[in-house]
Design a binder for this molecule. Structure first.
Ligand code: UDP
Ligand code: MG
Length: 233
């Protein structure tokens, strides 16, 4: 077989989605860089057993994988705060989902930091799996900037510096917000303010997940001032 040229991207030719709601519950998690998506996802994973797939982490993992033909390309895109061609990212996410549901059919996934461009949003739902909704963490830019510069002191991330952060904000506003608006028009966005401290944000996240029936409240209100363990089922 001829060697694959470095520019060849995975094929996403498929007539219909590979998976449906019975196979996987897909929740997209969006918000500007530094809004706290990863922090909130970690809490949901711990409390409810969600599977957390961070698009950025998957790309960094692929970038560092020995023999990857996309390594250099990914590195450049990330440093410039631009969106890696969707075929690569979608394939990485799809592979993980397929792997998980082999042994855990119906698993609940948090797809963190994806989709951040309209082409990804449309294609993913068209050929992989439709989402149930999007959790959107809303945060003003100055707050995100402060968090990112702080994180940059220890994160070791190539894009947590003032120059890359500026580019990431631009991409977020111009390229990623249209995705939020698109799902919003379908009534599929749960918007949460990411300004309060993480534990307060998380309380709101939980409230929304319960309200949407994605998780069950561990307690049910019985009488004023009294909680009791909810009945199962
Ligand atoms: N990225 C991408 N496609 C995606 C998600 C991420 O190309 O679907 C790239 C993009 O360059 C982005 C970077 O990965 O700026 C880091 O993404 P991550 O979600 O880790 O960062 P954050 O949300 O903290 O900015
Ligand atoms: Mg992140």
């Amino acid at each position: 077989m001829a060697p694959t040229p470095a520019t060849e991207l995975p094929s996403l030719d498929r007539e219909s989605p590979l998976l449906g709601h019975d196979d996987a519950t897909i929740i997209f998690v969006l918000g500007g860089p530094g809004a706290g998506k990863g922090t909130q996802c970690a809490r949901m994973v711990e409390e409810y057993g969600f599977k957390h797939l961070s698009a950025g982490d998957l790309l960094r993992e692929e970038q560092d994988r020995e023999g990857s033909q996309y390594g250099d390309m990914i590195k450049q895109y990330i440093k410039d705060g631009e969106i890696v061609p969707m075929e690569v990212t979608i394939k990485l996410i799809e592979n993980k989902i397929v792997d998980v549901i082999k042994t855990d059919k119906g698993a609940k996934f948090l797809i963190d930091g994806f989709p951040r461009k309209m082409d990804q949003a449309l294609k993913f739902e068209e050929v992989v799996c439709p989402s149930v909704f999007t959790l959107f963490f809303d945060c003003p830019e100055d707050t995100m900037q402060e968090r990112l510069l702080n994180r940059g002191k220890t994160s070791g991330r190539a894009d947590d510096n003032a120059e890359s952060i500026k580019k990431r904000f631009k991409t977020f506003v111009e390229t990623s917000m249209p995705v939020v608006d698109y799902f919003e028009k379908q009534g599929k966005v749960v918007k949460i303010s990411a300004v309060p401290p993480p534990e307060e944000v998380y309380e709101e996240v939980k409230r929304q997940l319960v309200e949407r029936g994605v998780v069950q409240d561990k307690f049910e209100w019985v009488e004023q001032g009294e909680y009791k363990q909810a009945a199962t089922g």
